[in-house]
Design a protein around this ligand. Structure first.
Ligand SMILES: [Zn+2]
Length: 89
């Protein structure tokens, strides 16, 4: 990851710090709580946009949405033993 990003407040490329906070976002008409990763400017403490973190937060939001709605993540489906699919009724 690039360790500098543009800060609108400083109007310059700045170093930033990674932080986490619990956030509630509206997603598919539901309030979803998830752990948001965000970055702050080391100069002025203003929150700055980092594209990689944006993607990371989307995955985090989807995961929380799936957990809340009991939808398995693709990785979880792969982890179900194959025998389960062939068990006799
Ligand atoms: Zn700044």
């Amino acid at each position: 990851m690039n360790n500098t990003t543009f800060c609108e407040n400083c109007r310059n490329d700045v170093n930033f710090s990674i932080k986490k906070k619990n956030t509630i976002r509206s997603f598919k008409n539901e309030e979803i709580e998830f752990e948001e990763t965000f970055a702050t400017c080391n100069n002025c403490e203003n929150e700055v946009f980092v594209a990689d973190l944006h993607d990371c937060n989307l995955f985090s939001l989807y995961d929380s949405y799936r957990l809340k709605n009991g939808i398995l993540a693709i990785e979880d489906i792969r982890n179900i033993p194959i025998e389960a699919e062939y068990s006799t009724v």
